[in-house]
Design a binder for this molecule. Structure first.
Ligand code: BGC
Length: 337
C-alpha cells in the first residue's frame, strides 16, 4: 500500500490482510510512505522472501519495471491494485474502479450545483488534478474535463487561470499542503475581484487543502459565496464537512472493501487453477499491453446520501465522522486541527 496519510489505504490494507488470511494464506502488508524507492525495496524484500503473489498499489507507476521483472523471474503473479502500473509487461491483472467515471461524477456535481441548465453564468471554476506519477490522475481529470467541456466551450463556465492541463493542475503526493498553496496562488492571481464558483478537486485531502486556503482568504465555508468543492474517497473528515455544510459538498465513495475482495478473489481463483473474472479488456493500456481489469463502480456522495451509503453500510461509524481529524495534519498546519 502506498501511504497511511490517506484513510482508504488503511482500511483496505487491513481488509486485504484479513481476507487473505481467512482464505488460509500468509499475508505481508507494508506501506511505502509515498516514497517510490522505499516501495521498490519493500517489493524486492517480499520477492526475496518467496512470495507467490504481489498486490501492489503503486506510488510511482513507472518505477516498478525492474523489480517486477525480478518478481516474474521468480514466477510471482502480479496484481496492479487500484492504480495501473505502467511500462512493464509483467502485470497480470488490474483491480480498480472505473476511474474515468470518478471525474465524471465530480464534474456532474459541479454542473448540478451551479444549475447550468437554468443559469447562464458565467461561472468561474478552477481545476485540480492528482499526483502526476499516479496513472489514475489522468483518468479522473479526463472524466472531469470531458464532462465540463460543453460548458467551457459555450462560455457558461470560465477557468480564469487558463490552467486546464494535467501538468499545471497536478498535486504532488496528493498533498493537501501542496493544494492549499496552489489555491492561495490562484486566489491572489485571478480572484482578487472575481467570484470563484467551484473547484474540481480529485481527492478529499486536496479538497480540504483547498478549503483551508479559501478560509484563509476570508471566505466562510457553508456561506453562499463559498465555492462548490468536490472530492473522492469518503474520508471521515470530509463526510463531516459534507454533513455539516462546512465547505466540501461532494465526494466519491469507492467501497474499498469490495476492491480488496476483488483482488483477494483473484488470488484465490489463480491458486485454484482458474482464470480470474475480468470485465474490461480494452481501457487500461500500460504501455506494453491492455491489462485485463476488473472495475467496480464509484458512487457520488453528497448531503443526501452519505448516511445510507457510508454509515448504513458500516464503512464509517457516526463516531468516526464526529471525531475525525485531518489525516495529513503532520505534513502541514491545517486550521482545523
Ligand atoms: C486513488 C484515490 C486516492 C488517491 C490518493 C488514487 O490513486 O485511486 O482513491 O484518493 O490515489 O491516495
Amino acid at each position: 500500500m502506498p501511504t497511511k496519510t490517506s484513510e482508504r489505504w488503511d482500511i483496505e490494507g487491513a481488509a486485504l490482510e484479513k481476507q487473505l488470511t481467512d482464505f488460509g494464506y500468509q499475508a505481508i502488508l507494508e506501506y511505502g510512505d509515498d516514497d517510490p524507492e522505499k516501495q521498490v525495496e519493500q517489493i524486492q524484500g517480499m520477492v526475496d522472501q518467496g512470495v507467490e503473489f504481489l498486490i501492489i498499489a503503486a506510488i510511482d507507476n513507472r518505477s516498478l519495471g525492474e523489480v517486477l521483472a525480478s518478481a516474474k523471474d521468480n514466477g510471482v503473479y502480479i496484481i496492479s491494485y487500484d492504480r495501473l502500473i505502467l511500462d512493464t509487461p509483467d502485470v497480470d491483472y488490474y483491480a480498480s474502479f472505473d476511474n474515468y467515471q470518478v471525474g465524471v461524477l465530480q464534474a456532474e456535481h459541479i454542473l448540478q450545483r451551479l444549475n447550468v441548465e437554468e443559469e447562464s453564468g458565467p461561472f468561474n471554476v478552477e481545476l485540480f488534478s492528482g499526483a502526476s506519477d499516479d496513472s489514475n490522475s489522468q483518468y479522473f481529470f479526463q472524466g472531469g474535463l470531458d464532462t465540463l467541456e460543453r460548458y467551457t466551450y459555450d462560455g457558461t463556465i470560465r477557468i480564469l487561470s487558463g490552467q486546464t492541463e494535467q501538468g499545471e493542475t497536478s498535486t504532488e503526493r496528493w498533498s493537501g499542503a501542496v493544494a492549499m498553496e496552489r489555491m492561495t496562488g490562484l486566489m491572489e492571481d485571478y480572484y482578487e475581484d472575481e467570484r470563484l464558483d467551484a473547484v474540481l478537486c480529485p481527492y478529499d485531502g486536496i479538497s480540504r487543502g483547498v478549503i483551508y486556503a479559501l478560509e484563509d482568504w476570508g471566505l466562510t465555508p457553508g456561506s453562499d459565496d463559498f465555492p462548490v468543492i468536490t472530492g473522492q474517497d469518503a474520508e471521515a473528515l470530509s463526510i463531516q464537512l459534507i454533513r455539516d455544510g462546512e465547505g466540501q459538498t461532494q465526494t466519491v465513495f469507492k467501497d474499498t472493501r469490495d476492491l480488496a475482495g476483488v483482488a483477494s478473489g483473484m488470488v484465490k481463483t489463480i491458486v485454484g487453477g482458474s482464470e480470474p473474472e475480468v470485465n474490461d479488456l480494452g481501457t487500461y493500456d500500460n504501455g506494453f499491453k491492455f491489462v485485463p481489469a476488473f472495475l467496480l463502480e464509484p458512487v457520488s456522495i453528497d448531503e443526501s446520501n452519505w448516511q445510507e451509503e457510508l454509515v448504513d453500510s458500516e464503512y464509517l461509524t457516526e463516531e468516526e465522522i464526529d471525531d475525525a481529524v485531518e489525516p495529513q495534519a503532520e505534513e502541514y498546519d491545517p486550521p482545523r486541527n
